[in-house]
Design a protein around this ligand. Structure first.
Ligand SMILES: [Zn+2]
Length: 379
């Protein structure tokens, strides 16, 4: 196989470029190696050597050596067999052997491809590299065989930070901060996350950091929205409703103001009904009380409108003009629908007036309650 880079190109490549190639090739090697081990385990099993797990050992432990298995497999596939069951078993062994040979060949090719880069690494006197322990102590090591690693039940796993290949120890120690392994980098000062913050992160930590930053950005946006939607009295003090509860958002202020303004339209509607059918007068609050309520409601609405206008930076008239049609629509909604039947029901508790009203309608020969569903004037 022709090498990917000529010796001249290789001599020109940076440490990062060479380690990038090596990282790619070593990953392929690791995959091929694990495939080869899997095929070997299959062949053991196909020859009746099941293998067993032993505590503290990685993978399966077999009774036969690999050489013995290979020899038996070759004998089986080269001896004439009897019967279809035996035939199927031999065909399976043959298939596994073929795949094993292919992946072994692949590993040889990869070793040959890797060699020029490792040679160049040695030729240049083995530059600095950074391997960040993903488990264990999270320290930044020069290589994957540091004596402080692989102390646990499982070997330490590393993230190779290729961007640091070829940097000076001073540069690495500066970026590593607390993470610098003092065995690998004897010049590294000793400190913790507070005193020696690090700039080195494993891919998992990078992912976690990005997720955290996104969450923080989301929260900042929500807070900004809250401010955008929020409202106070013009002097900055909390805006209060009639029960002196806090009105926090502009939306609530608009709803409350609209409600307050709608009182006037409700009273106009009631006046229209009573004018059409004076007999209904006893079933509505007296005029004086209605007028007083309306004034209170309107002054409440105007107080909120001043705050809304202040917040929007527009004249109060503009907000008022926007809310009046909404208030009219709200009055229509509130005194529409099943309002008429609710009116009649509550009127029935005023027994005397109720009976008198019905009698009057009878005398005048008209249907009661009709005025409650009159067409609305445009007030
Ligand atoms: Zn180390």
């Amino acid at each position: 196989m022709d090498p990917k880079h000529t010796p001249e190109q290789l001599a020109q490549m940076t440490e990062v470029e060479i380690d990038t190639e090596l990282s790619r090739l070593w990953n392929q090697e690791a995959q091929a190696e694990s495939k080869r081990l899997g095929l070997q385990a299959s062949l053991h099993a196909q020859l009746g050597d099941k293998g067993r797990r032993v505590q503290g050992a990685r993978g399966l432990i077999f009774s036969l050596s690999w050489e013995q298995v290979l020899e038996q497999a070759l004998i089986k596939t080269r001896t004439p067999y009897v019967g279809t069951t035996e035939g199927r078993a031999v065909a399976e062994i043959d298939g596994t052997l073929t795949n094993w040979a292919l992946v072994s060949r692949k590993l040889e090719d990869l070793a040959a491809e890797t060699k020029p880069y490792t040679d160049e690494y040695v030729r240049r006197g083995r530059w600095n590299r950074v391997f960040l322990a993903q488990s264990h102590d999270g320290h930044a090591h020069k290589g994957q065989n540091c004596s402080t690693c692989h102390r646990g039940e499982n070997p330490t796993e590393f993230a190779w930070l290729i961007q640091y290949s070829g940097k000076t120890e001073a540069e690495i120690v500066a970026d590593a901060g607390w993470r610098a392994c003092t065995t690998c980098y004897p010049s590294a000062p000793v400190g913790d996350e507070e005193t020696l913050p690090t700039k080195m992160f494993t891919p998992d930590e990078e992912t976690a950091r990005k997720a955290r930053e996104e969450r923080e950005a989301d929260k900042a946006k929500r807070d900004a929205d809250k401010t955008a939607k929020g409202i106070t009295a013009p002097d900055g003090s909390p805006l209060r409703d009639k029960g002196s509860s806090r009105i926090a958002t502009e939306r609530t202020a608009v709803i409350e103001a609209t409600d307050g303004l709608s009182d006037r339209y409700k009273n106009l509607r009631v006046a229209q009904i009573i004018e059409a059918d004076p007999g209904l007068r006893p079933f509505f609050p007296d005029e004086e009380r209605q007028t007083r309520n309306e004034a209170e409601e309107r002054s409440y609405a105007m107080r909120l409108i001043v705050a809304i206008a202040h917040k929007r930076g527009v004249p109060g008239e503009e907000v008022l003009a926007e809310l009046e049609p909404k208030a009219y629509a709200k009055a229509k909604r509130d005194l529409g629908g099943d309002w008429a039947s609710r009116m009649r029901y509550s009127a029935s508790f005023q027994r005397e007036e109720y009976d008198a009203y019905l009698a009057q309608c009878e005398t005048e020969g008209r249907k009661p309650w009709e005025a409650l569903t009159l067409r609305w004037y445009k007030f």
